[in-house]
Design a protein. Structure first.
Length: 202
């Protein structure tokens, strides 16, 4: 006994099969596209890099303070009050102790540590501009490359340092800064914490 399909002409049956095959292919493509749109990677790419933004805000505030208030070496207590909202509590304490040591050494007639230069970058002369790259995960939280430019006496100096950030109380804060400028003979390969966390300092 012939089935319903047997009564369909062969050429029409072939057309219908091709249509069904095309529809199945289209559905597969749509499913793959939907999975890509909903994948975690897609969402992660679209997310704001909060650590990068926090680092940029710190260096902007520091550069403005350095220009307005002539920061040289360790920030003064008043200058530190301006910058400390960007620091994790541990780094803030290290600065406070370093200022205390600086005062003690000066009072004893000793060489005053951290009295000159820029301690937030490889260059003791500071920087004219900067840019912070995308942050990546590290053992402390996140880190980002900071590309600096210094224009001075008709010359241009460029170098990269690293800023390390940790998330505390929902905010990304500066944990440390690593110096990588090849010209920075006394600081290269060290970090901000390593340079100023010395007690006693004289």
């Amino acid at each position: 006994m012939a089935s319903f399909i047997d009564h369909i002409p062969t050429h029409k049956r072939s057309i219908n099969m091709r249509k069904a095959s095309g529809l199945a292919t289209l559905m597969s493509v749509l499913q793959v596209a939907l999975l890509i749109c909903l994948s975690p990677t897609s969402h992660a790419t679209a997310q704001t890099d909060e650590a990068q933004q926090a680092a940029s805000k710190f260096f902007l505030d520091y550069m403005a303070l350095r220009q307005q208030d002539k920061v040289n070496g360790l920030p003064s207590m008043q200058q530190l009050d301006t910058l400390s909202p960007h620091f994790i509590p541990k780094l803030h304490r290290i600065f406070y102790i370093a200022l205390r040591e600086q005062h003690r050494c000066r009072g004893r007639g000793k060489t005053t540590p951290w009295a000159e230069g820029d301690i937030f970058s490889s260059s003791d002369h500071g920087f004219s501009s900067f840019s912070v790259g995308p942050s990546i995960t590290n053992q402390y939280g996140r880190q980002a490359k900071v590309s600096f430019t210094l224009q001075e006496n008709g010359k241009t100096l460029r170098w990269d340092d690293e800023v390390i950030l940790r998330k505390e109380d929902g905010a990304w804060l500066v944990y440390d800064i690593e110096y990588h400028g090849q010209f920075a003979r006394t600081k290269r390969g060290k970090s901000l914490q390593a340079v100023i966390d010395k007690n006693p300092a004289c």
